[in-house]
Design a protein around this ligand. Sequence first.
Ligand code: NAD
Length: 478
Amino acid sequence: MNTQNLIGGEWITPNGEQMTIQNPSDVTLDVGVVHFSRDTDVLQAGEAAKQALANWAAMTPGARGNILYRIATMLEEQLEDVAHISSMEMGKPISEMKGEVMRGVHLLRYYAAEGVRATGSVIPASQEHVLQYTKRVPLGVVGIITPWNFPIAIPIWKIAPALINGNTIVWKPAEIASLSATRLTRIFVDAGLPAGVLNLVVGRGSIIGNALLEKVHLDGVSFTGSTATGMHVASLAAKRNIKYQTEMGGKNAAVVLKDADLQLTVQAVLSGAFRSAGQKCTATSRVIVEKSIYNQFIDALRKEMALMHISSALDPKSYLGPVASAFQHEKVMHYVDMARTNTEIVTEGKLQIEASSGHYVTPLVVSGVTVDDPLVQEEIFGPLMVLLPADNFDEALELCNRTVYGLSASIFTNDIQKGLRFLDEAQVGMVRVNQETAGVEYQSPFGGMKMSSSHTREQGQAALDFYSQTKTCAVYYG
Ligand code: NAD
């Protein structure tokens, strides 16, 4: 498979730099070729989106919704193939990947239905015989920049609400999710999305990102990725005074109190930490355990970890597979080496496959680190979990909040007062009691606090607000 750009309804293969994607589960297998774009491609995509805007925005939202329903149906029909390509491209276990594609289907249907829902309210006017009401209008052309760790769901949770609101799009997916992006975009075209409404530009963010953000006539930009890139995107958007949202990194904590149901807790903590090889922005990477059950918790963790199946992403039994790329492997191994040198290894998983056959990282649980250690403070984005003991709830809460990030956090307890206090006081955008830190619901708002977000929210009704602006209208009929 090869990537292609979709610009103004035409499939185009840029003739510049290319990169072969090797299957992270088995690096002897080539999955496809990524063709990188240049600035001129991005500018053409911006022009196409601008030209398509008036007609798309003028369609009734119901008619736009019907197209989204068709895309959802086609994506559901092609779920197996789409999931297979993504699994091979970025190494997410196939069982999880199928769930992710289905999430995309649900998101499309959720936003399709918005085509026939109210988009404003009638507000009493201070003068007689005046009809005053609000309505939502599109932003215009929006730039969408996505990461590789949810190659289907994240693009759809941005594209679907943008489309139902009447915006047109220039989408730049992550380099190592571009085969998935091309495959997904084909479905949008086949389902009858008019030319120019969605434009796909495959390329290196460091090369074409600035052209997209500085030269294309964008009216808004939605970004998900690392905090460093997100801050750059935000500064360029602020310079142009366009609406932006940046959803960025995390360093999420699970707090385990002495009265927690240990079996439920261990399963939720391991799932949060190691599913997708720890490459979820909401992954559990710090586990703060009340000292009185610390040893008991470790015993339970060791037992459960011994059962973990770690193998190729296409193995339906895989709990976790490889990390996504050689670059990601190198980055995570830097932290693994640091952990093996400077910490106590509490337990580790056992690979059911030859480590050197792909970008595999053995999942690791470590302890004996200070709270300011890079392993406790930096986003690792791999299967490495740090245990921190705490004297009591108050210390656990303090440790949980001791990070620049604020994406998600969980507490495991049967004490309702402590659970409710945690919901109040944890400084994160998504906070849970007796549930893992990872996993979001498409119908709920999602986003972070502190350095994890531009303090905007995605998904649910929040996305409709982001991809629109509100007009207050008044008509005198006296
Ligand atoms: P990244 O920041 O390296 O890249 C994200 C996207 O930005 C890619 O498409 C990339 O090509 C593009 N990009 C890079 N440089 C750019 C530039 N100068 N201008 C414009 N675009 C540019 O992130 P990644 O490695 O793809 O993803 C992993 C990160 O994403 C992690 O930090 C993770 O926490 C975060 N993430 C956050 C959420 C969330 O909702 N908060 C969800 C998923 C992932």
